[in-house]
Design a protein around this ligand. Structure first.
Ligand SMILES: Cc1cc2nc3c(=O)[nH]c(=O)nc-3n(C[C@H](O)[C@H](O)[C@H](O)COP(=O)(O)O)c2cc1C
Ligand SMILES: CCCCCCCCCCCCCCC(=O)C(=O)O
Length: 404
């Protein structure tokens, strides 16, 4: 099997073929310290002053992290990270949809300080917020995915390492010994090479495979075309794709089918999570293919534009799956309240893409740590205000749809 159909990914590239401060928890719980309350390393906040007027020296919200990151990144790299497909309707919809959902708290439950941990196919996480797979972290920080993995480990959460990482998955694992890693895979039409990638992930100690199924072709991204982005800068490569003396291109093939998922299921004992299922009929089909979880995602609006917001798709997918496997979601999660809404609607956990990139570009490992700490503290605070002892106390009746 091979990718043969001419498609949008004709923008060719060697990497692409056709086919120390108190963290936010202390602000919310000034009287509480326990093993989960950590202090970020006391390194200088920034090494270069941000230039944009709205970029604070010490960002404290996801929006501020983005402003600081934008001031530090080359404009074309900022656009690569921030952008989406087409008119970016779905990019905007992902965040806006959370704004149309309201949380309805319960009171007088005597719930105490809430727990934020969750159990997932590839292990436990201290918080229901995972690091979504995103490509090319070395564009944001010289340490790249190593820094992100250390921050994820410090936060006790899971990092899904992109197949398009700029540090090989084995080196990411070696740099962050305490990290729980999952490996994101684009099934390659050359199944022998797909198996090579799976074995590399296994050898690195990855605990699950996240197979991205929303990319039979690459999204059409106007910002990338505007900048003429076709390749990584000199000295950077998709390190997982090394094959002898060369780096293979990542093939996004329209020929990938359920048959490949069956082959993958036979190839490895790792749990398989399908990422990018948006139609309930596909969610039901997935259950017959031995998957251990689904990640509802529209790829952060970077593949097919005008796909609905991910959180709006969640209830239908959760209903289709009927509790057979855990459902996760990503897209537009920026605040602890967003996390609670998704969990109340049936997600076991969420993942964040761009916020992690903004943290990394703003302040390397420390920036990612701060972003993850901020989210964990906000989740804990919102659970408290909702009268929940843990994420298990959330249910769909605590979410209302407003007309905004
Ligand atoms: C810069 C960037 C690179 C991405 N790279 C990948 C990737 O390599 N593999 C993948 O499955 N998804 C990739 N995604 C999609 C994310 O995994 C995730 O679905 C999305 O970022 C979630 O939306 P959010 O950024 O609003 O949190 C990427 C997203 C961004 C923003
Ligand atoms: C600034 C870097 C631009 C480089 C463009 C090279 C294209 C290579 C494509 C490889 C596929 C990476 C997949 C990442 C992804 O899912 C996403 O961007 O979204």
């Amino acid at each position: 099997m091979d990718a043969g159909t001419p498609h949008a990914a004709d923008e060719r590239s060697p990497h692409m073929a056709d086919a120390g401060t108190p963290h936010a928890a202390d602000e919310h719980f000034p009287h509480v310290t326990d093993a989960r309350t950590r202090t970020a390393p006391a390194t200088p906040a920034t090494s270069a002053a941000p230039t944009a007027p709205d970029a604070p020296a010490e960002p404290r919200t996801p929006r501020e992290f983005e402003a600081t990151a934008r001031a530090r990144l080359a404009p074309e790299h900022y656009d690569y990270f921030a952008g989406g497909a087409g008119d970016e309707v779905t990019v905007r919809a992902n965040e806006a949809a959370f704004g149309r959902l309201s949380l309805l708290p319960r009171v007088l439950r005597g719930a105490g300080r809430p727990r934020t941990d969750v159990t997932l196919p590839g292990g436990r996480a201290a918080m229901p917020v995972l690091v979504a797979p995103t490509a090319f972290h070395r564009l944001a920080d010289p340490e790249g995915e190593r820094a992100t993995a250390r921050a994820a480990a410090a936060a006790g959460t899971i990092m899904i390492v992109s197949m398009a990482s700029t540090v090989a998955v084995g080196d990411v694992a070696a740099a962050a010994p305490g990290a729980t890693l999952w490996f994101q895979l684009y099934v390659q039409p050359d199944m022998a090479f797909t198996e090579t990638l799976v074995r590399r992930a296994e050898a690195a100690g990855c605990r699950a495979l996240v197979v991205t199924v929303d990319s039979p072709a690459r999204g059409l991204r106007d910002r990338e075309r505007h900048h003429g982005l076709q390749d990584l800068p000199e000295g950077m490569a998709c390190e997982n794709l090394r094959d002898g003396g060369r780096v293979r291109p990542i093939v996004m093939s329209p020929e990938i089918s359920w048959e490949h998922i069956g082959l993958l299921r036979e190839m490895t004992r790792l749990p398989i999570v399908l990422k990018g299922v948006t139609h309930p009929a596909d969610a039901r089909l997935a259950l017959g293919h031995g998957v251990s979880g689904l990640l509802v995602s529209n790829h952060g609006g970077r593949q097919l534009d005008t796909v609905p917001a991910a959180v709006d798709l969640l209830p239908e997918i959760v209903a289709a799956v009927g509790g057979a496997v855990p459902v996760l979601m990503d897209g537009g999660v920026r605040r602890g309240t967003d996390v609670l809404k998704a969990l109340a609607l049936g997600a076991r956990a969420v993942a964040v893409g761009r916020p992690v990139i903004w943290g990394l570009a703003a302040d390397g490992e420390r920036g990612v740590t701060r972003v993850l700490d901020l989210l964990r503290a906000e989740v804990e605070h919102a659970l408290t205000l909702c009268g929940c002892a843990s994420v298990h106390d959330l249910d769909p009746d605590m979410v209302r749809r407003s007309c905004r």
